[in-house]
Design a protein around this ligand. Structure first.
Ligand code: HEM
Length: 252
């Protein structure tokens, strides 16, 4: 879990390789979906027309959008199934679940920013802000998938649902796209690039590592758990070694 690095201070492993790959797949699919979706929504803009022509016409743009939609759906399903199975089999912690502590942490931070507390909230693996962002993107993403499928297979859908569902899906898909873009552009990009805490870039989701100094500031409870576990392991190793030496001496 922990690693000493000369010149760079102590770093702690925060994200596994599979989470790093998953993040890249989501970034790639999302960017393609936004570019091809927004150019359809604002088709009369010069920039959209230029892009649509560069991509070989509107049919190609729609095809690329649907292909990226498939990548997005697969990645979202892998994420949801992987997290649920991991939690049920107790191989993963339900660290993104919203708890009462998140509310008290938010209130404490608010009081801290207003000068009514001396220190900010002590957060665990994910702060209440990260959970808010995660659930916003996840629920928004699921809505985009559901409405995208309705737009993709309208004749199949009207076989068992009223026809009004199609324009509703279109309005939801089109407008939720803007909400999700704003959520990512304003909240996520601010937090991972422009926030003074991480500027010029929070590299943890790309390298998998975070500095100990940031961990102690942003996730002190998780750091405490990791360090207690490391100390316990070191203690166990020391005791095992001492027992081994004892038995060797007795057998001599
Ligand atoms: C977060 C991801 C997504 C964004 C930002 C996005 C954005 C958009 C936008 C802005 C439009 C144009 C709406 C309009 O003309 O007013 C659109 C259309 C469409 N989107 Fe998405 N979308 C996303 C995900 C998906 C997914 C996952 C699917 C597939 C399940 C999908 C399938 C479609 C379809 C079928 C259309 C209608 C245009 C066409 O026939 O190609 N979208 N999308």
């Amino acid at each position: 879990m922990k690693e000493k690095e000369t010149g760079m201070g102590e770093r702690i492993r925060r994200f596994s390789t599979s989470l790093i790959v998953e993040h890249w797949v989501h970034v790639f699919a999302f960017v393609v979906l936004v570019v091809t979706g927004i150019s359809q929504k604002f088709f009369s803009l010069d920039l959209s027309r230029w892009l649509i022509l560069k991509l070989g016409g509107i049919d190609n743009v729609r095809l690329i959008h649907r292909c990226a939609g498939i990548v997005f759906m697969v990645a979202a399903s892998v994420h949801i199934v992987g997290a649920s199975v991991g939690i049920v089999l107790k191989k993963r912690q339900p660290s993104m679940v919203i708890t009462k502590n998140d509310l008290t942490d938010a209130v404490r931070d608010l009081r801290y920013y207003l000068g009514a507390e001396n220190s900010p909230a002590l957060c665990d693996r994910y702060t209440y802000k990260q959970k808010f962002e995660y659930w916003g993107i996840l629920t928004g993403g699921l809505l985009m998938i559901a409405t995208g499928l309705v737009l993709w297979f309208p004749t199949f859908v009207v076989g068992f649902l009223p026809g009004q569902v199609i324009p509703v899906a279109k309005a939801l898909h089109s407008n939720e796209a803007l909400v999700i873009i704003l959520l990512i552009a304003v909240w996520h990009i601010y937090n991972s690039i422009f926030s003074p805490e991480v500027f010029p870039l929070d590299t943890s989701i790309f390298t998998g590592y975070i500095s100990r100094e940031r961990m102690s500031r942003e996730h002190p409870l998780e750091l405490m758990r990791i360090e207690n576990r490391t100390q316990d392991e070191a203690g166990r190793k020391r005791r095992r070694k001492a027992r081994k030496l004892e038995t060797e001496e007795m057998s001599r």
